[in-house]
Write a protein that binds this ligand. Structure first.
Ligand SMILES: Nc1ncnc2c1ncn2[C@@H]1O[C@H](COP(=O)(O)OP(=O)(O)O)[C@@H](O)[C@H]1O
Ligand SMILES: [Mg+2]
Length: 469
């Protein structure tokens, strides 16, 4: 053996041990040499029988591959081979020129990237699913800071992904769950378990979102927690419907109770009232007369409350007739605008052009709108502000929206405002019966009242009725 061939066999040994595919090719790409990795992939026979390298390519790849010719030293590209077992092999290749006198041979090195390609494809599929799903999804790092949110998450939260990445999900905290609640959740997931539950969050604009959430740790092969996945379902609408149902059931039972009490209290009250009047007329005692006057004013107050209570549940004795809601709202506005409190308030009106007819008792509907408008005025608490009143027809319903820029209502209070005697106003200023009575009236004409509110920004009351049928 010459020295040279000893070196060659040593070189061959080394090249056989390399993990990449190696060919030495003639200028016409005929295979001069292939290493063990190449032989294993293509089979020695296939290499021998292939005229040149392009015989080992996937047929549809050949044209593109030939387009890379003539090669230059250091050129590289991507290619798909057909392996001995018929599978496709993705590879990245690079060529080096081997100068042999005046002739050039090529050292062709290819690195199998089939697994990476598959992983890339899997990743693309998963990321597409996550990007496109309607479920809001959020991924955090191990310390709980967000590293990814999908478009659905941006949409429900009102934040852009740039505003959320790097932040703690606390930014969405509604303050409606206790510290203990959150530390319980955190303990649960940081010990590697999945947490499922319902939470109330807050959008960027301050309004509440109700979510059904699955929080699960993302764990690597060694069992280390890399981060957390939050998959959400927006149940805000469902929650609102649920609350409306509960409200209407509650109102019904409270209504029956209140009407009963009002009736029982009303009769003796009438008796007391007439006795007071008799004594007032017949007594000459100045002190007694003065006190009786006070008693009378208190009786009047009770009577007023009783009348409102009865109004709620008593079937109306007024006449039901076709009523143009625009007309009714205008009338209510005229009454409210005379008040002293409305000096700094600008009213904006956006009525539908057509008359919006419903079937109702106009005077009762006026009462509803006066109350909602007065509440809107009160919500501004003397500050400068605006009230937008608009009406529209939506398929088979007529809708009036009254939006104020007042103090707003906390989401925890939203349901209570329709309860009788719920008021946040000073004693004597509010009875807390306004919305309760309004709700009763609206329901009696098969309508509904809907509220949205953002604390410190304002509230929107929407009253809807079926179109006159
Ligand atoms: N537009 C509004 N903005 C803020 N709070 C409101 C608004 N409308 C109603 N409320 C809240 O609902 C409560 C109940 O209203 P209502 O039943 O009309 O009774 P009252 O006006 O006598 O207090 C109010 O005291 C107030 O706290
Ligand atoms: Mg009121």
């Amino acid at each position: 053996m010459t020295k040279k061939s000893a070196i060659f066999s040593e070189f061959e040994d080394v090249v056989d041990k390399l993990p990449d595919i190696i060919f030495i090719l003639q200028e016409d790409l005929t295979v001069l040499f292939s290493n063990a990795c190449a032989r294993e992939l293509f089979g020695s026979r296939a290499i021998l029988s292939a005229n040149n390298l392009s015989g080992l390519l996937l047929p549809e790849e050949r044209e593109a591959f030939h387009a890379s010719l003539p090669w230059k030293d250091g050129m590289s590209g991507e290619i798909q081979f057909l392996s001995e077992n018929g599978a496709m092999t993705h590879a990245i290749w690079k060529v080096r020129a081997l100068q042999k006198g005046r002739r050039t041979a090529w050292l062709f090195i290819a690195h199998d990237t089939t697994i990476e390609k598959q992983k890339d494809l899997d990743l693309l599929r998963f990321s597409n699913v996550i990007q496109r799903t309607i479920n809001p999804i959020q991924i955090t790092d191990a310390s709980g800071n967000m590293v990814y949110v999908n478009p659905a998450f941006e949409k429900v939260s009102g934040y852009t992904s740039a505003e959320l990445i790097g932040r703690n999900p606390r930014i969405l905290n509604s303050g409606r769950h206790s510290k203990e609640f959150w530390s319980g959740v955190w303990q649960h997931i940081s010990s590697g378990r999945i947490w499922v539950g319902k939470i109330e969050n807050r959008r960027k604009d301050g309004s509440p979102i109700f979510m059904e959430v699955v929080l699960s740790p993302i764990i690597d092969a060694a069992g280390t927690i890399l981060g957390y996945l939050g998959a959400h379902r927006d149940i805000t609408e469902q929650k609102i419907l649920e609350q409306q149902l509960i409200r209407s059931q509650k109102m019904e039972s409270i209504g029956t109770l209140a009407a009963g009490i009002a009736h029982e209290v009303g009769n003796p009250l009438t008796a007391i009232s007439s006795l007071v009047q008799v004594i007032q007329r017949t007594s000459s005692d100045g002190f007694a007369k003065e006190k009786l006057e006070l008693i009378n004013s208190q009786i009047n107050r009770i009577t007023r409350i009783i009348r409102e209570l009865v109004d709620f549940s008593r079937p109306s004795t007024y006449i039901v007739k076709p009523t143009d809601i625009n007309q009714v709202v205008r009338e209510s506005l005229n009454i409210v605008r005379y008040g002293k409190k409305v000096k700094n308030i600008s009213f904006e009106l956006l009525f539908a052009d057509e008359p919006l007819e419903i079937t109702a008792v106009p005077d009762q509907i006026v009462q509803v709108f006066i109350n909602i408008l007065m509440n809107a005025v009160d919500s501004l608490e003397g500050r400068t502000g605006g009230i937008l009143v608009s009406s529209r027809k939506k398929e088979q319903t007529v809708e009036v929206t009254i939006r104020d820029t007042g103090k707003g209502i906390e989401s925890s209070e939203l349901e209570k405002i329709f309860e009788p005697f719920y008021t946040t106003k000073e004693v004597g200023r509010g009875t807390g019966l306004g919305l309760w009575v309004s709700y009763g009236i609206v329901k009696s004409f098969r309508g509904d009242i809907f509220v949205e509110s953002i604390p410190d920004r304002g509230s929107t009351f929407t009253v809807s009725f079926p179109v006159k049928g």
